[in-house]
Design a protein around this ligand. Structure first.
Ligand code: SF4
Ligand code: SF4
Length: 73
């Protein structure tokens, strides 16, 4: 399944839970701080995303939105 995530970098607290949760390892941390002084997560290989939602489920800040090809959540 093809998916896509959108990470709100200003909501992110840089906890890395999503990075650890992604079974494909396509989430890493950015190099720059956000406005609150946290290093936010970023999807580095969006083409591979399956939309499995594991990252979003782990995010305590609800900073990740997941979209799927036929089903938006
Ligand atoms: S939706 Fe799944 S595959 Fe896509 S970035 Fe999140 S954990 Fe990884
Ligand atoms: S789980 Fe949420 S708050 Fe933690 S690094 Fe990922 S996007 Fe940021």
């Amino acid at each position: 399944m093809k998916g896509k995530i959108v990470i709100d970098r200003e909501l992110c607290k840089g906890c890395k839970y999503c990075m650890i949760a992604c079974p494909l390892g396509i989430i890493l941390m950015e190099e720059n701080f956000n406005r609150k002084g946290f290093i936010p997560a970023v999807c580095v290989d969006p083409e591979k995303c399956t939309g499995c939602s594991m990252c979003a489920r782990m995010c305590p800040e609800i900073a990740i939105e997941v979209y799927r090809e036929n089903n938006e959540e």
